[in-house]
Design a protein around this ligand. Structure first.
Ligand code: URA
Length: 306
């Protein structure tokens, strides 16, 4: 029980509890100090009826347990101008609560400013700098790192995953956790490694608690990965999992139907041969499917040898 911690709670317990909460998707605490909600409800119940609680202003969120609500998160209201600009990033906020105060409303403005920012990047380094300064996607508020890419930008093959997980967030490199280790073994099986491939993700920031990126987050990040593909200009693109294939090709089929089929990815300037395969994280959960992924990797090897 979270509210009444056992007396013998040690640092390891606290760490385990935090890991659990993080994995469950908790990414912000409501308040810096613990609050005894039971005592507060009793006080509230004893409050004379003649002393009404303050009424919320029109347009503000309905108060849960009025008078007890935590300080407002200071999110921009719908009437405030939306912040979706590429501005130099300030020092990281000192707490998750402070971090949330920079949140923007994910919408068309953010997508438009992402498109404009991505278009101006003439090199991968410029694109990385653009992303580092981009404030139109709220995921940057909770992520530790921008996970831009790993591998060789001059490689003939580019692999694109969905979004970083916790190990990637900690290191700033894509596919370094368990699924990344499997990916490395799959690449080694066709005589490739990180010096002969380039790896990136559709979404370059870890979604809190490893949740799936929302459609808006994906849409906002899409111009950047599209520009990254254009700048790397590989001979072959590999979509790791349905999310990446769908985000980049607009396909609606499931991965079972899509995988192993060659398609064209159109950058607007040229068409790149592309193939979708199972995401390594899925293969860790469904090892029997590795035989199909193996077929995809053999097809990839064949295309590279042609
Ligand atoms: N899964 C992804 O899609 N990307 C990573 O970088 C790690 C795990």
């Amino acid at each position: 029980m979270i509210g009444s911690a056992p007396a013998a709670l040690n640092a390891r317990h606290v760490e385990a509890l935090l890991e659990f909460l993080q994995a469950a998707g908790v990414d912000a605490f409501i308040d810096a100090d613990p609050v005894d909600r039971f005592a507060q409800s009793e006080l509230e119940a004893r409050r004379p009826q003649s002393a009404p609680s303050p009424q919320p202003m029109p347009g503000t969120a309905p108060a849960r347990g009025q008078g007890l609500a935590p300080p407002p998160l200071n999110l921009p209201s719908l009437s405030q101008p939306r912040q979706a600009s590429v501005a130099p990033q300030s020092a990281p906020p000192s707490s998750p609560l402070a971090a949330m105060s920079g949140a923007v409303i994910p919408g068309e403005d953010a997508v438009r400013s992402a498109r404009e920012a991505a278009r101006t990047a003439a090199t991968l380094e410029e694109l990385r700098a653009c992303l580092a300064a981009f404030q139109g996607c709220n995921l940057h508020l909770t992520a530790k790192s921008l996970v831009f890419a790993d591998g060789n930008p001059a490689a003939r093959i580019m692999l694109v995953g969905e979004a970083p997980g916790s190990e990637e967030d900690a290191t700033g490199l894509p596919f370094v956790g368990r699924s990344g280790k499997l990916l490395d073994r799959m690449l080694a099986a066709i005589k490739l490694d990180r010096s002969s491939v380039y790896i990136a993700n559709v979404v370059p920031w870890r979604p809190p608690g490893n949740r799936t990126p929302t459609p808006q987050e994906t849409e906002i990040c899409r111009p950047f990965i599209a520009r990254q593909i254009e700048l790397v200009d590989p001979d072959v693109l590999v979509f790791l999992g349905a999310a990446s294939a769908k985000a980049l090709t607009g396909a609606t089929d499931g991965i079972r139907k899509m995988r192993g089929r060659w398609m064209d990815y159109d950058t607007g300037r040229r068409k790149i041969r592309a193939i979708a395969t199972y995401h390594p994280a899925y293969l860790l959960r469904s090892p029997l499917e590795k035989r199909l992924a193996w077929r995809d990797f053999l097809a990839l090897r064949k295309v590279l040898a042609d």
